[in-house]
Design a protein around this ligand. Sequence first.
Ligand code: PMT
Length: 403
Amino acid sequence: MLLANKKVLLCVTGGIAVYKAVALVSKLSQSGAHVKVVMTRSAMEFVQPLSFQVMSRNDVYFDTFDEKDSSVIAHIDLANWADLILVAPTSANFIGKLANGIADDMASTLLLAATAPVWIAPAMNVHMYEHPAVLRNIDRLYRDGVRFIEPSEGFLACGYVGKGRLEEPERIVELVDSFFNETPPLPLTGKKVVVTAGPTLERIDPVRYISNFSSGKMGYAMAKAAFELGAETILISGPVSLEPPEGVKLIRVESAAEMLEAVLDHYTDADYIVKSAAVADYRPKTVYDQKMKKKDGAASLELERTTDILKTLGEMKTTQRLIGFAAETTDAVTYGKGKLEAKNLDWIIINDVTDPAGGFGSDANVVTLISRSGVELQFPAMEKKELAKKLFTTIVHEGQDSL
Ligand code: PMT
């Protein structure tokens, strides 16, 4: 029972296709929907209300002043009852009335009181359907939020062949079913997201390296959130001991240079790039093949700059949305905003890594999310997994909506 307990109100207006509306009520009822029917006087010229009463097992309404239940006002009660209002068939006259807010019978009056979605299935002669007045009225109703089930083409009762036939009841039921039962697409469906995570590791010799305290938890949480929100997700990870989230494609790298190469491989067709990784800013200028022998006295290591991956991406940016992290220990927001500008980012997620409630290695984090367009939002301490989902949802909705 695909439509079990769904309440569909069918308004039937005048036209030869009224007989199809009887079949429509039958099919909706067979699918489990509760159906109530309202008819116009013209519709009753074609089919008796009794047919609809039998098919819907409900009273049929046509007179605005026929108050069947004295505890309610019928047209308001019907409008409030419905989960969906179908008008099928809909005549050119009724479309005109609705477009102009005319309420002179039960059907047109309750439609003015309706808050449920309204779908109109027109049925008329092909020339009437193409008349500028009708097209104008359809356009106006569309702008008012009414949705249309396009008439199909074929032999019309008036003898013409063309567009104007009421859509078949089976098809209308299919549309009603998908309205009630189809889950809306996830916010990142069809998008490609690249997330970097963890530290990079810069070798000094076969036994020593330079790295940092990133555990990868924040980046892995961002990748998990992206996948759960529907994205094809590539996770480029420095060396960490975490299990990759289900569904993401994991690319393991070691150094900043390897991370740069992996990110560039996936950059062109990516929609969002999230740089959660703590990338080394410096690496040893010389990497020794053999273990460095210790000597008496102090030693020094000459370092050179790594490529700033995020800055490079910012310079190459076309349609991608670039999201950086800023790990700060003082004046976090000021420095973070500087990175947003300097690296040509769309968003920056700033964390003060001295905050005991978050930062490196912790399961939780406390961040400020800032966009280039001026959105600035504080996220209090929460689990990195929960935070990641909130951050992504906010970013996808351009700061309009956070979960
Ligand atoms: O991994 P966890 O233990 O969960 O910890 C999470 C985290 C603290 C590492 C994370 O929340 C975080 O802040 N990541 C960014 C760390 C960092 O490198 O910040 P930064 O301010 O130095 O760099 C700014 C941005 O430039 C970052 O997006 C960084 O990935 C990027 N960058 C930096 C240097 C470089 N050579 N290339 C880069 O792309």
